[in-house]
Design a protein around this ligand. Structure first.
Ligand code: NAD
Length: 306
């Protein structure tokens, strides 16, 4: 019998360090039937597609090819990781001007061909890129998702777990706000099975410092971050495709969230087949609210300057 069920398609735009690792992670975990790789450097996309195809005898059946923007038409999720990467010593905000120009051309092309998919943005500064893409697309805001502070929260949970010798999956802790220098550690709600963390102020300073500086530290060491972000993007794709309603700290448009509106920031969101179904309002302290507002104001200034 003819199988008429629609095939799941994910398009990855920008197959540099982040994009190719994300594509490979999605492939290893059998997340889709079709995987399309797009890059301004067509040779890189062709090479990656060939290389991954040669692994198919060891994996579940997936159709992989180096495509073009017409291939976005059938896509369930379009992941954008294209752009200039952070150079050693460069802030994410410094990347902005270079990436805005790149994004303009990419989103123009994607929107010509796809009106129903979900756009998952990873390029930095991710909160600004997500806001900009939403404004430009005219799409309902639930279908534009920034990777937000999901990676930062993972780093935070790992570091807390490492200090306390607890599996990071059992550490409940959130980084909210900007994916960047003004991000906010929500220490007031961090816990393990509802119990307080036995961490000194020095421990907390060290853990948050290492969370915030993780990207810079890795970039200094090897030029790019790619594995953990790929797993974070895979996690978001799974929540979407399996209609999980998982709570993930992604970047979304905030509306009166502890006084913050009209900016994309990372907060806990319910993610399902519709994209971001809703945001969850954390019961944070007044000091954390102030920090979140400061993070929002910083990003608003940047957005206004575009
Ligand atoms: P990279 O330089 O290795 O890859 C970027 C790729 O984009 C290259 O292959 C390049 O050819 C391609 N590209 C450039 N312009 C393009 C265009 N117009 N159309 C299609 N492709 C184009 O960079 P990377 O290390 O993979 O980082 C990519 C982005 O992801 C950066 O902005 C980086 O800061 C960001 N990043 C975000 C997170 C996060 O948590 N959100 C984590 C790591 C990296």
């Amino acid at each position: 019998m003819l199988n008429t069920q629609k095939k799941t398609r994910i398009v990855v735009i920008g197959v540099g360090a982040v994009g190719s690792t994300t594509a490979y992670t999605l492939l290893l975990r059998s997340r889709m039937d079709e995987l399309v790789l797009i890059d301004a450097d067509k040779g890189k996309a062709i090479g990656d597609a060939l290389d991954m195809n040669h692994g198919l005898p060891f994996l579940n059946r997936t159709k992989i090819w180096a495509g073009n923007y017409e291939d976005c038409a059938e896509a369930d999720i379009i992941i954008i990781t294209a752009g200039a990467a952070q150079k050693p010593g460069e802030s994410r905000i410094d990347l902005l001007k270079r990436n805005v120009v790149i994004y303009q051309s990419i989103t123009d092309e994607v929107l010509k061909h796809n009106q129903n998919g979900i756009l998952l943005i990873a390029s930095n500064p991710v909160d600004v890129m997500s806001y900009f893409t939403w404004k430009k697309s005219g799409w309902p805001v639930n279908r534009i998702i920034g990777s937000g502070t999901l990676l930062d929260s993972a780093r935070f949970r790992y570091l807390i777990g490492e200090k306390l010798e607890i599996d990071p999956r059992s550490v409940h802790a959130h980084i909210i706000g900007e994916h960047g220098d003004s991000e906010v550690p929500v220490w007031s709600l961090a816990n393990i099975a509802g119990t307080d963390l036995s961490l000194s102020d020095e421990d907390k300073t060290e853990i948050f410092g290492n969370t915030k500086n993780a990207a810079a530290q890795i970039i200094e060491a090897k030029g790019a971050t790619n594995y953990a972000i790929a797993l974070a993007l895979d996690r978001i794709c799974t929540a979407i495709l399996a209609n999980e309603a998982a709570v993930l700290n992604v970047s979304t448009l905030l509306t009166n969230y502890h006084g913050v509106s009209d900016v994309f920031l990372g907060v806990p969101c319910i993610v399902d087949r519709t994209g971001v179904r809703e945001t969850l309002s954390l019961k944070i302290t007044d000091q954390e609210k102030e920090q979140l507002n400061a993070s929002a104001n910083k990003l608003k200034e940047i957005i206004e300057s575009i």
